[in-house]
Design a protein around this ligand. Sequence first.
Ligand code: HGY
Ligand code: MN
Ligand code: MN
Length: 420
Amino acid sequence: MTPTRLGDLRISGERLWASLCETAQFGAIPGTDRGMCRITLSDEDIAVRRWFVAACEAVGMSVTTDQIGTIYARRPGSDADLAPIAIGSHLDTQPTGGRFDGILGVLAGLELVRTLHDAGITTRHPIEVINWTNEEGARFAPAMVASGVFAGEFTLDHALAQTDRDGVTLGEALARSGFAGDELPGGHRLAAHFELHIEQGPVLEAEGLEIGVVSGVQGIRWYDVTVRGQTCHAGTTPMHLRRDALHAAARLALAVDAIGRSDPGASLSTIGLFQAYPGSRNTAPGEVRLTVDLRHPQVPGLDTMEAALRRAIEALQAELRVAITLTPVWSSPPVEFDPDVLSAIAAATRRLGYSHRTMQSGAGHDSVYTARVAPTGMIFVPCEQGISHNIAENITPAQAEQGANVLLQAVLDYDRGANA
Ligand code: HGY
Ligand code: MN
Ligand code: MN
């Protein structure tokens, strides 16, 4: 097919939107019009995985899974010696997530294949649409663990041994799901990895832009913190004699917030989990467990934030006579994506006439780890008020269609080496 005809090819925005609406049934939060709770390897995730496998097989793709449950749906190319061009993201969501984070990228990959199938086009490279297990890290820490195993950042055993709050391991949840495969994660090469995702922030919408050409992802560090004091009777223990773990944890929370504000426009800090024990209204807590998420575009910035956190812990221990442990859980350094993949994305965006800018991602994505083993790049579309990890997360059909068309045209260009 001539480059012109390929350049004129477009996805079916209507079919993509229909698939987004159809799969929103899996994990829909009752009483909300868009909220999603599709925790990794839950019944809802298993259901959407089965839907995805059937939809891929319906257009002639062969589907395999690896030993951490990642799904690889492959369409052959004309040159079987070439590694596949991957289009990946994730089907799992946060507990109060939306219907576009992750799944937009997976279904846009399916739509790209459906479009090639309808047009009778065979690419040089095989095309592989990937659903990475446990991108969110909401059930099993860390986030992006399956793409991390694929890239060699984590061992398979370490990942499968991670437990959720009920003590269930990822390996047990995977065995129960029926999606434990034979292939060793990372067992095959990727020629490139493209990921379409909602921005999950306010920049594109605020600037009235249609596409983000994502140059990389900022650094992320996760910690578990335990604050131990002494449980005591609410009615008989004088305040000056208490070693109240919740009071100390609350002071620490204020310090973490100040650290997030220390480098405006760059530093971010979040406490997502904060649990006091024993959790009785007339017993002062003896223990508080919390999580800390620090983010910054540069490593020195992250180091400064971590040093400030450690100083705050030292000071509170001395002042309030409590014991505070800080356990690093995950460290994801800032990553830059591949120039050739990014130029294919930018060229496709220009050719399609969409307004755009280059930008760094505040959120982590599986592309962080695929970038370690394959040329990788990402495409953003705006989302309403930049809201995500929230049941109000929303985009328009046109935004989904624009992102998927950039994905299609960038992959076709990259396949032909048009931007090399
Ligand atoms: O944590 C993140 O940024 C991603 O949503 N997993
Ligand atoms: Mn995501
Ligand atoms: Mn997410």
